[in-house]
Ligand binder design. Sequence first.
Ligand code: C2E
Ligand code: MG
Ligand code: MG
Ligand code: MG
Length: 292
Amino acid sequence: KMESSSQTPYVRFRVAHREDLQRRQRIEQNLRSAMLADATGLRLDYQPLVTTTDHRLVAVEALLRWDHPDLGRISPAEFIPIAEMTDLIGLVGDFVVRTATREFTEQSWTGDITLCVNVSRRELTDRSLLSRLNRALVATGLAAERLCVEITESAIGVNDSRATSTVAAVRELGIQVAIDDFGTGASSLNQLYRLPISILKTAKPFVDALDESVEAQAILSSIVAMAHATGMRVVAEGVETSSQAVKVAGVGCDFAQGYYYATPRSLADIEPLARRGATTTGRTADPSSPSP
Ligand code: C2E
Ligand code: MG
Ligand code: MG
Ligand code: MG
């Protein structure tokens, strides 16, 4: 880097800001070319969601992956916000819904599980989301109730009537709605229960804190109690250790997701986990290890 200790903080800021802007522009340009070239370089991985009590596979979450020949692998956490600032999010969202429903229904073993897809804030304010979801269901024959749309807590300010009416319309199609990363935004369960949401996914920091503090367990178990009282089920996200897995089960979370159970991977690589069925003794991440 060209920064040197003789530069003032402001100059360093300006340089960093310019590099940031250049990278964003580069990502936008390359994402545009990729989308115009039939989403070349983009694909989906899927991460299992399991029951906390016996680690049975109940759902998979589609997670977008982008490998670019020059830029390397770019995280969706970086390029989705860029897509959202442009018209590209529509193309990306359409690719995700079409590809996920097609790949999911092509597998013979997915009949009893649910497919979760992430939908960004911008997509929620656009009614074309509804026709996109509907079209995918019709095209693949997937039953609406086996599809779950994940929206981040911050995407759905309760005063945003456009977003809330889209959520209601998605529910009316029979599709499940999950609140993703719950606990990171400003809303409360008190506001959320007015929305037709069936699943709450607690943000990873809650699970991280489980190994460090007893208070974290108390907070998580009161979230679970309130969610259950309002008819929602709870997914603990980001479970990485066996002690976290034990604790999320202990506080009553219904389902869990995290590297401890399985990392994101192709659907074909999830099939052995589905065939294995329930396991209470831990890691299902390595399909080649013998069943307990
Ligand atoms: P998310 O929807 O909350 O997805 C969970 C993220 O946590 C994923 O990161 C997943 O790989 C990661 N993860 C799962 N288990 C663990 C764990 O035990 N430890 C740790 N450290 N991480 C874990 P990923 O795939 O990089 O996605 C990041 C975010 O990008 C997603 O967060 C979601 O908000 C967004 N995203 C991903 N795919 C899509 C998509 O198709 N559409 C939209 N709109 N957003 C997407
Ligand atoms: Mg998600
Ligand atoms: Mg999340
Ligand atoms: Mg997730």
